[in-house]
Ligand binder design. Sequence first.
Ligand SMILES: *Cc1c(COP(=O)(O)O)cnc(C)c1O
Length: 360
Amino acid sequence: MFNLRDIIRPHLATLKPYSSARDEYKGNEGIFLDANENALGSATTEDFNRYPDPYQWQIKDKLAIIKAIAVDNIFLGNGSDEAIDLLFRLCCRPSIDNVIILPPTYGMYDVSANINDVEVRKVLLNGEFQINVEAVLQAVDAKTKLIFICSPNNPTGNNIDVTSINRIIESFSGIVVIDEAYVDFSTQASFIQSLRQYPNVVVLQTFSKAWGLAGLRLGMAFASEAIIALMNRIKPPYNVNSQTQKIALEALANHDKVKKMVKTILQERLILQEEMKKLAVVEEIFPSDANFIMVRVKEAKEVYKYLVTKMIIVRDRSSVQLCDNALRITVGTADENRQLLQALSHYDYLKFPDSKYFIA
Ligand SMILES: *Cc1c(COP(=O)(O)O)cnc(C)c1O
């Protein structure tokens, strides 16, 4: 049922990509006079005078082992945002095709669609922030190219039901993009291992969250060899700079540190959840499989402003559909979380005199 040829924009099937100097001569040794680089060095102490590897093979070799997938199933880009944008440009004819997103969810799918002049069909998640599968399938037409599913979902924090995701993948002849930016904090397994079974899935992950490298801008996409080859064909030739590649290699050699940090963040998440239960201002704590917690409070805007006066910044999501009075709170260090709880307990003390929870 899924035919990649029918999903990509027709002119890209025969596109001749830019051929860089590094594409035309692949050896590592020699006198390189082919790329108009500055052979003398750089203006900096450390040299950056050579163009980076356009396909980041060293990173992919390491990542392939960690993710138990072949290197040809991996794409790397300037953050997940680059992969999202490339998927639009690969599949969606501006002002003709459409995509489906499932609000409340990550804002970038909508923005990227708008930038690319692509219609966005919004099918709200249900009261449990799960997919209304029938409604999604009803929203599909012959010009629907992509369906974005974020799991664990941002800003709600919950996992999306695997059975619902599978039903959509199996019933849709376009590409299902599963954004797993928070998968390292989740009890649910990645869809990477389902890629063999499902040629119409793209899994997005990122170095920005569990790996602690948001400033580096490195995102991953995992998909069939055919989809990855097409993404490589349309990407800017040197989309991941050499400094990023170097630091990513260092990070990959330190995978144990990531596991330790994730463990600590999960412990802190639990403490935050347990302590926030005691606060009068907190009405509901939504289950989280991510490194943040969405909470419903009495007056989100007021609580938000109060926290700002204490120099604690959370994300006010109260204007988002289905997220009335919701704040999204990232799990911080133990000390930061303690300060947050202290500030909220003071707010309780001021606003709800009957509240017994007070941290002096
Ligand atoms: C943070 C986040 C990302 C990461 O984006 P990068 O561009 O890789 O930093 C992707 N998707 C979701 C849902 C996120 O919350």
